[in-house]
Design a protein around this ligand. Structure first.
Ligand code: PLP
Length: 361
């Protein structure tokens, strides 16, 4: 990793530690910021500088932050009332196989969603794609884990279009999915990777990681071309270096894989036991639960029911995200198996109540 402005010992340590997690030795240039959106904005600017192009592709369900540039790439209704969006932003279907956008079934579908994306981009773009930005697994949209062939197909699509692949690892990075990074599940090496959240261990710290060649693109690489006032400040750098040290020393990536697998086993039982648990999936401590009215139609449980589940859990001392039908479980990376099991036991108590008293219907 290379060290830029605001050089401090802590910043050197942060760079060295992050390098040990990197999916490839080629991804060893780091620029630091304070928020996720700020880092993604920088990744977009860098992609423009490197390719000389100006359009972007993102995915349905994708979330990359709320500043004006990245807002245009959001694949949800978050954008409503905030237009106009940036011209040249294209949003294409993500491989959410439980709710397949094409109503097909994996693996027989041959990833038709990527084929459709290619066609849509061909039809709607000005032929100037700077980058395709993707969450290797989608967090905000409900911890959606695509099939392992999806990311390689998206990478190929990005390069065929003459653009870069930006992996937004804000949620999936640094152990959350049981590997160092979300891309490690498929072996794809992105051109630019955005990191945040666990990176600072709760302190506002984010960054982008890229190659020598891409990071040299101008004007991004000019003095002050990519920096921000507080990016890599000594306190943030120290927080990040310490967070990475703890992830390493306490083997939290391995812990995430082990505890997450145990929790997923338990949750698979929920899908058999409860009439309203339509689907569960997970990678490490990145777990997905779909609460449905009917398993065949997959119609989500109404808000009034999921809010009741949330409140009943809270009353028993379990804080969940079950206020939504696409329900995410993302405990701290330090959680142990007994605590995870206990939490799912409390959740099961609430689900049992819902079945017994029939209030889920
Ligand atoms: C994948 C992803 N990218 C970017 C962001 C934006 O990060 P921030 O809220 O720090 O701007 C988020 C926030 O949740 C995220 O989940």
């Amino acid at each position: 990793m290379s060290v830029g402005a605001l050089t401090s010992l802590a910043r050197v340590e942060l760079c060295e530690r992050l390098a040990t997690f990197s999916p490839s030795p080629k991804l060893h240039r780091l620029q630091l910021y304070s928020s996720g959106a700020e880092a993604v904005e920088s990744a977009l600017r860098l992609a423009k500088c490197y390719t000389g192009k100006h359009e972007f592709v993102s995915f349905w369900g994708g979330f990359h932050g709320k500043t004006m540039g990245v807002l245009s790439l959001m694949g949800s209704r978050f954008k409503e009332k905030l237009g106009p969006m940036l011209p040249g932003s294209h949003t294409v279907p993500y491989a959410d196989c439980y709710r397949c956008p094409l109503k097909l079934a994996y693996p027989g579908c041959s990833l038709d969603c990527v084929e459709l994306a290619r066609k849509q981009i061909r039809m709607s773009s000005a032929g100037s794609i700077a980058a395709v930005i993707v969450e290797p697994m989608q967090g905000t949209s409900g911890n959606v884990i695509p099939p392992k062939e999806f990311l390689p197909a998206v990478c190929e699509m990005a390069h065929d279009l003459g653009g870069l692949l930006i992996a937004d690892e804000m949620i999936t990075g640094l152990g959350r999915t049981g590997r160092n990074f979300g891309v490690d599940h498929s072996g794809v090496v992105p051109d630019i990777m955005a990191v945040g959240k666990a990176f600072g261990g709760g302190f506002p710290l984010s960054g982008i990681v890229t190659t020598d060649e891409i990071s040299a693109a101008k004007p991004w690489s000019n003095p002050s071309g990519s920096s921000s006032s507080y990016g890599g400040n000594p306190l943030g750098a120290a927080a990040g270096a310490t967070a990475l040290q703890i992830i390493d020393d306490e083997q939290l990536v391995e812990n995430s894989a082990k505890v997450g697998a145990a929790m997923l086993r338990e949750l698979k039982g929920f899908a058999e036991r409860y009439p309203f648990v339509g689907y569960v999936d997970g990678a490490g401590l990145f777990l997905r639960v779909e609460l449905v009215k009917d398993k065949a139609s997959k119609e989500p449980l109404p808000r009034a029911v999921t809010e009741r589940i949330f409140k009943e859990c809270a009353r028993r001392g379990l804080l969940t995200m079950a206020y939504a039908a696409s329900f995410r479980i993302q405990p701290a990376l330090t959680i142990d198996e007994a605590t995870g099991k206990n939490a799912l036991g409390l959740l099961a108590d609430v689900f049992d109540d819902a079945v017994r008293a029939g209030w889920w219907k």
